[in-house]
Design a protein around this ligand. Structure first.
Ligand code: ADP
Ligand code: CDP
Length: 228
């Protein structure tokens, strides 16, 4: 570290789908000059690879047997986060309905989680200025010593309205049902489920604009840094 450089700051942002994790994390990281890691994209990437290679996603043993095969690389620049599998850009294909509907089953397999968690810890410790890492189990499992932990929430109705806005014309009730189903699967799995860490700050974003959430998190990071 250079003379006078601040100690790297590690921020964990967790919560269910549509609470604003990605948008908030990217903006906070860009504003504060930190790296950014979308861990959901990594689970989506390994799921995409399983589907592309014809692995039966109903079979955890089959998934575990090949969990180490794909090489997943995440770019951590908040203005241009990238994700590749074996050198192929998969940023588009990982957002399809098919991958979204299968990702909870793949990410519940302990060998998959062990592999991806290791990648996440390596990226977090190598970020020079620090990093904002967003996901489901960052504060509880991946980075339990993070300097700041945030748990974002929002009503299922608000989350579904945000998501169906993105999916242009998608039925809001169907979107809501799919979100609630995925939350339930992610929260009930045995290995590092979606959960709020005891020392996380909970922010309900239902009635907040994205800008308000970003400002709230930036203030919390600055307060932490000042206290160091
Ligand atoms: N507080 C907010 N108010 C309104 N829309 C929001 C808010 N936070 C995020 N959004 C929008 O909701 C959608 C989902 O946000 P995203 O950051 O992808 O959530 P997550 O990563 O938690 O799934 C995006 O289109 C985003 O612009
Ligand atoms: N730290 C994480 C992040 C995501 N995931 C899994 O990956 C899926 C996709 O995460 P995501 O963040 O891309 O989901 P969205 O919030 O964008 O809908 C989640 O539903 C979880 O099954 C996980 O298990 N652990």
């Amino acid at each position: 570290m250079e003379n006078g450089a601040a100690k790297p700051v590690i921020v964990a942002i967790d919560g269910p789908s549509g609470t604003g994790k990605s948008s908030t994390s990217k903006a906070v990281a860009a504003q504060l000059g930190l790296s950014y890691l979308d861990t959901g994209a990594q689970y989506r990437a390994i799921t995409w690879w399983m589907v592309a290679n014809g692995i039966d996603i109903e079979d955890p043993t089959a998934i575990a047997a090949v969990a180490g095969k794909p090489e997943i690389v995440s770019g951590t620049e908040p203005g241009n986060p990238t994700i590749t599998v074996d050198g192929t850009d998969v940023s588009g294909p990982i957002r399809t309905q098919e991958v979204t509907s299968k990702v909870s089953a793949v990410s519940a397999v302990p060998d998959v989680r062990a592999r991806i968690t290791e990648l996440q810890r390596t990226l977090a410790t190598s970020a020079e200025a620090g990093i904002v890492v967003e996901g489901r189990d960052i504060g509880t499992t991946v980075l339990p010593d993070a300097d700041l932990k945030i748990f974002l929430t929002a009503s299922p109705e608000a989350r579904a309205a945000r998501r169906s806005g993105e999916l242009k014309g998608a039925d809001v009730n169907a979107t809501r049902d799919a979100l609630v189903k995925r939350d339930a699967a992610d929260s009930s799995r045995k290995t590092s489920p979606l959960a709020k860490a005891d020392d996380a700050v909970e922010v309900d974003t239902t009635e907040l604009t994205l800008q308000q959430v970003i400002e709230c998190v930036v203030t919390l990071v600055e307060e932490k840094r000042a206290g160091k």
